[in-house]
Design a protein around this ligand. Structure first.
Ligand code: WT7
Length: 632
């Protein structure tokens, strides 16, 4: 492994101190481990007020040279990606570093042949198949900016993202296989593209070999664009601060924003954090169960592991198909050493009982990770005891799409373990807790708003096409700090535990939605006059969505109205955003100035109606009684 892999907790403490006292030296030394075509003039230049953040300024590189070319000399035949299909099979689909290199080069040439060049935006709407990895890396190789869109999003959500990025190409498949179902993708793309005028082409991979329609002069088959392409392709020379990718994520406003990551800093931080948090060793097999449609898949299936020359498993399927032992069967099959999944998956599998875990040999596991949402004590202990057999450290990775990489987490077996705590920050990361007034809380055993007070290499640089929005969302709440939107506790040992979002963001099964985004979707339904959406605790999903809806004629035909709302949300965002509960109300609790009092709705959704706080400022306090009475 690279020389930046920390080997003990004492070394962690030393490195942490250095990273704060001399960040330029700290990050400069780490960056020396990579292949740069030209070295940087300056490690870091920044101000949070614009914001302007530049890492390794003046340096030139291509990230794919660092995750493919550099491994060819010594590790050409090492497994880079092991692909496990949705339907279990005895065979393993393996791409060595050499195979992957050639596949990526071939597809890079295919992209060039249809005119894709540096700076173009390419949307990727694919299932978890190797072609997804190849497409992402080929974009990076030719300098095109990839925007991966999770294949569960609807046509309307896809169109919004294509249009926001003014993408010229969509890479997709005919459809996908997920659990026992076949799901169409190309027809969704067709519908989306009716409203997208920047798109010149699509490239379609025949994944399930289903009948689809291909539009002449626009739609190209994967195999046709590849045919005759050379499997060597020089990597485009990129500036350290050139955009690498856009990834859309939800915030407290209605419109998802395109978080932008750049080449140099993202490369350095994803490799650094991967090797330290997972303590990966050269012979290990690592598996992260996330989807590449989310940031976890970008940073910890593809970039971090491949930059480290690791063997990374990519899984097409779901945890419960053909049965709830699927994850453990794969762990046994490939003798997985490091395993990373989400609390929602752990809770769901916990519900099926231990017999599925106990059916398989999990002795290969060394480190097990959790990511995406706060993990409750019961799930933590179940994971530690039944999956880790009591002797694997559980690393709880706290981070965000915007942070690009893991910020607070244990490092393999080096750090002290504390159930439900993410723990200490990685060296280079300076979290702080702020109080209501925005003052730093210095003491321990406190709670506050989680912010970060200095830049780190993989932080977002902007929100695509709207820099002011980036400033307002992340850098304007507290002057001089990056604002995470999370509340956190720091205990007497200085360890952090993330409590959850303090803004209007709901985390459903590790997927992030803005309440306004779901309200906008619901309001697209003609029957709807008004709606308010809140999150409430859910035993498996972490949070679930509760919609309070003012609807014409709802009382006459509530079932139809409910169905119609669910259809609208499916159409606007996708099934992943469906409200679990819909309550029809005659009005919403509003202040005299017209602001919806979400605090009250949140309490009602949580089932805690004994103390609704002060309702005297409401325009019509009586609506609250009615909502409480009919609460679901
Ligand atoms: C939000 C970011 C990080 C990649 C996947 C989600 C919550 C994330 C944890 C954790 C408690 C967590 C936060 C954060 N979150 N990881 N280990 N413990 N909460 O990325 O979609 O950008 O969501 O997820 O609330 O702000 P994302």
């Amino acid at each position: 492994m690279k020389s930046f892999q920390i080997k003990s907790f004492e070394e962690y403490q030393e490195k942490y101190t250095l990273s704060v006292s001399n960040p330029d030296q700290f990050w400069g030394e780490i960056a020396e481990n990579f292949k740069w075509q030209k070295k940087w003039d300056k490690v870091l230049e920044w101000n949070f007020s614009e914001p302007k953040i530049e890492w390794f300024k003046g340096a030139k590189l291509n990230i794919t040279e660092n995750l493919l070319d550099v491994h060819l000399e010594k590790n050409a035949n090492k497994k880079a990606i092991i692909w496990e299909p949705n339907i279990p099979s005895d065979e393993a689909v393996v791409y060595t570093y050499k195979d992957l290199y050639h596949k990526v080069c071939e597809f890079s040439n295919a992209l060039k042949s249809i005119g894709i060049k540096k700076g173009d935006r390419v949307c990727i709407y694919l299932p978890m198949i190797p072609e997804l990895a190849i497409a992402v890396l080929a974009c990076a190789r030719v300098g095109a900016i990839h925007s991966v869109i999770f294949a569960g999003f609807s046509a309307s959500a896809l169109a919004d993202r294509v249009n926001d990025a003014e993408a010229t190409l969509v890479i997709t498949a005919d459809g996908m296989s997920r659990g026992a179902k076949l799901i169409p993708l190309k027809s969704v793309v067709d519908e989306a593209l009716e409203n997208c005028f920047s798109i010149k082409n699509t490239i379609v991979f025949p994944c399930i070999k289903s009948e689809i329609s291909m539009k002449e002069n626009r739609d190209l088959w994967w195999n046709d664009v590849l045919s005759g392409q050379s499997n060597e392709c020089p990597a485009e020379l990129m500036d350290s601060e050139d955009m690498l990718f856009i990834l859309y994520t939800s915030g407290s406003t209605g419109k998802p924003k395109g978080v932008v990551h750049t080449c140099g800093g993202y490369m350095v931080y994803t490799a650094y954090s991967f090797q330290n948090v997972y303590q990966y060793q050269p012979e290990d097999v690592y598996w992260c169960t996330a989807d590449i449609g989310w940031i976890t898949g970008h940073s910890y299936i593809l970039y971090g592991p491949l930059l480290s020359g690791a063997t990374s498993i990519m899984f097409e399927g779901i945890p419960t198909y053909p049965d709830a032992g699927r994850f453990w069967q794969i762990v046994e099959k490939y003798k997985v050493n490091q395993f990373l999944t989400a609390p929602t998956a752990i809770r769901s599998l916990m519900g099926y009982g231990e017999k599925y875990v106990n059916n398989y040999n999990l002795a290969s596991l060394k480190v097990i990770g959790t990511v995406g949402e706060p993990i409750n004590a019961e799930a933590w202990h179940w994971y530690h005891e039944h999956v880790g057999k009591g002797n694997c450290p559980v690393v709880d990775n706290w981070w965000q799409t915007e942070t690009g990489g893991i910020m607070i987490s244990g490092l393999g077996n080096l750090s002290p373990l504390k159930p439900t705590f993410a723990g200490y920050p990685l060296p280079g990361i300076q979290p702080v807790l702020l109080d209501q007034e925005g003052k730093e809380i210095q003491e321990h055993d406190v709670e506050g708003y989680l912010c970060v007070k200095a830049p780190w290499p993989s932080m977002l640089r902007t929100t695509y096409g709207d820099h002011e929005r980036c400033r307002l969302t992340y850098f304007s709440h507290y002057d001089g700090y990056y604002f995470t939107g999370d509340g956190a506790k720091r205990d007497e040992d200085g360890m952090y535990r993330i409590i959850g979002r303090i803004d209007d963001v709901i985390n459903v099964s590790g997927h992030r939605f803005g309440t306004a985004e779901i309200e906008n979707a619901i309001n697209e339904n003609d029957l709807i006059i008004e709606s308010a959406v809140v999150g409430y605790p859910h035993p498996v999903k972490g949070q679930s969505i509760y919609a309070f809806v003012v609807c014409e004629h709802a009382y006459e035909n509530a079932d139809d109205a409910r169905k119609s709302i669910l259809n609208t949300v499916t159409k606007e965002i996708g099934k992943i955003a469906l409200p679990e509960k819909i309550q029809f109300v005659s009005g919403l609790p509003k202040t005299r100035s017209g602001k919806i009092m979400r605090r009250i709705l949140r309490k009602i959704a949580e089932g805690d109606t004994t103390n609704l706080g002060d309702t005297s400022t409401l325009l019509d306090p009586l609506v609250v009684d009615e909502i409480v009475k009919n609460a679901i």
